[in-house]
Write a protein that binds this ligand. Structure first.
Ligand code: ATP
Ligand code: MG
Length: 430
């Protein structure tokens, strides 16, 4: 007889993470905080497909960007030859949908979305190939009021999670001005970079003429001095752009939100103008940006829509959770309220309907299934984190009772079965 060989288990895709229940619980908690906060500012959820035509991202994000040049997962639809891509960010897809459904016809929109995005990067802590974003967009508003609102909303969110601005996380702000201002700056920048061409790395040389602003975004330490001395876009802003930035800053100042103006903040996508911002942390190494966004007043028109301004941000959920973990700000794991202990031979037909009644009051109950000694059942009850064990022992049931054990205090008391739903309701309301 031939020996059966145990098959090698298949592994998941590199850089794409599984979330086992303990970790998924943290995600659910965080998502709940997001949902409540966004609702309190009048933002509404919207969902678009994960797959879009590749051309949408090329047009939306820009040809000479890290994302489009080297990070995007693209494929040809085997069945009809369409060129498709897994979304590397949310904005382009959401705007595509808004334009396609003429959704701005009824006036401006405040929307948010959440889910996976895909970028082929070198996986490391805080940098994955499938990661998740909370994405928020305000469409049809010229600002600066909405710019300030969005930034204050990100602060409220971070505060609600227990993060302290200034020490745990810091706001950086810049203005990218308008296209004409950027063009004048671009000329001066190219001239400066050409003067120091010997110092530039390969990426920078390639971008010198295609996207010199992105050279400023370099993480190469050897180029820092050259980049620090480069002409600043801020010095090329006209009075309107300046006033827009001042308008945002005035609100942030009045709200007591300290920020750092960072003239080197250009963001990795091409479509931004005027306000750009990032929340950065010193606690996550070079994966420092937890949340970043900005204004994109030309993007809707560029994607074929009726011209309308927009502003938005993306927040990296994995990075935010890493930061909360590093600072010990994650809440304790959620637990069921009660664990039902059922000794072997317990009358299931009597007990299970009772547990249904208990759950209907709002109290959560996890039932021990599969039998086992009382000792092992109590061990499971303890591990479940439940506050109460509902013990349906034969002796108790014979008296029309159950035993109610407080697992935190170790105390135990009998409770008539008929009183269980009322007890549960009171407990659930506590
Ligand atoms: P970085 O400079 O770190 O590459 P980015 O500018 O490419 O970030 P954005 O395109 O602004 O990032 O995306 C918004 C947020 O998504 C980032 O601020 C970050 O928190 C998160 N993020 C970006 N890329 C990754 C990744 N590969 N893995 C995990 N989170 C990411
Ligand atoms: Mg990136």
């Amino acid at each position: 007889m031939t020996e059966l060989k145990k098959p090698e288990p298949l592994k998941g895709v590199k850089g794409m993470n599984d979330l086992l229940p303990a970790e998924a619980a943290r995600w659910e908690w965080l998502e709940g905080v997001f949902r409540r906060l966004l609702a309190s500012y009048g933002y509404r959820n919207m969902r678009a497909p994960i797959v879009e035509p590749t051309a949408l991202f090329v047009r939306g994000i820009g040809e000479v960007t890290d994302i489009v040049e080297k990070e995007m997962y693209t494929f040809t639809d085997r069945l009809n030859g369409d060129e498709l891509a897994l979304r590397p960010e949310f904005t382009a897809g959401l705007l595509r949908a808004v334009i396609e459904h003429n959704a701005l016809y009824d006036g401006p929109m405040r929307i948010w979305s959440m889910g996976p995005v895909f970028r082929h990067e070198r996986p490391q802590k805080g940098r994955y190939r499938q990661f998740h974003q909370l994405d928020v967009e305000a469409l049809g508003f010229h600002g600066p009021d909405v710019d300030a609102e969005i930034i204050l909303m990100t602060r409220a969110l971070l505060r609600q999670l227990g993060l302290q601005e200034g020490s745990d996380i810091q706001l950086e702000l810049n203005s990218l001005g308008q296209p004409a201002e950027r063009a004048a700056h671009r000329q001066a920048l190219i001239a400066h970079l050409q003067q120091h061409e010997a110092l530039l790395d390969e990426d920078a040389r390639r971008r010198l003429h295609t996207n010199p602003l992105r050279v400023l975004d370099t993480k190469n330490p050897a180029m820092q001095a050259c980049v620090d001395a480069a002409p600043k876009l801020m010095d090329f802003l006209g009075s309107e752009s300046r006033a827009h930035l001042d308008g945002v800053c005035a609100v942030l100042d009045a709200a007591g939100l300290a920020y750092r103006i960072n003239p080197r903040l250009v963001r990795g996508l091409d479509y931004y103008n005027l306000t750009v911002f990032e929340w950065v942390t010193p606690h996550l190494g070079s994966q420092a940006t937890v949340c970043g966004g900005g204004r994109y007043d030309d993007l809707i028109a560029q994607l074929g829509g009726k011209p309308a301004p927009g502003i938005g941000f993306g927040l990296g959920i994995e990075r935010l959770l890493l930061l909360l973990e590093a600072l010990g700000k994650l809440p304790p794991a959620p637990a069921v309220d009660a664990y039902a202990v059922l000794p072997d031979g317990a009358p299931l037909a009597a007990v299970l309907p009772l547990l249904e009644q208990v759950r209907a009051t709002g109290l959560s109950v996890q039932m021990h299934a599969g039998g086992g000694s009382m000792k092992s059942q109590f061990k499971r009850a303890g591990a479940s984190g439940a506050r109460w064990a509902l013990v349906f022992g034969a002796d108790e049931l014979a008296r029309g009772e159950l035993a109610l054990k407080n697992l935190q205090e170790g105390s135990q008391q009998p409770l008539p079965l008929a009183e269980l739903p009322a007890w549960a309701a009171a407990e659930a309301a506590r």
